[in-house]
Design a protein around this ligand. Sequence first.
Ligand SMILES: [Zn+2]
Length: 102
Amino acid sequence: MSRRRNGPPVHPRARWPSRGSEPVAGQVAPSRAASLLAAMAVPKQKQARSRTRKRRAQHKAATPAFNQCPQCHSPRRPHRVCPTCGFYAGREVVAPSPDAEE
Ligand SMILES: [Zn+2]
């Protein structure tokens, strides 16, 4: 975290606008700097690799849920039309696919 003398903390990756947009080279008006700071949430500390990796250790693909179709009793994803019989909520909503029916 870099800190300007007598000023608020500034994010190390914060970039000032391009030189042409401001009349003074490398300087931004205080009101503009305040608005830049207000717009961004700045982490107080670096997050260790260990912490990041512990968090990401939980990122994994979930096993897809299956239950039984009440019409034809074949396995089917919940809240989806049965691919075997084409039924949903007790009525046929799509024609059953010929390759799924054996
Ligand atoms: Zn079914």
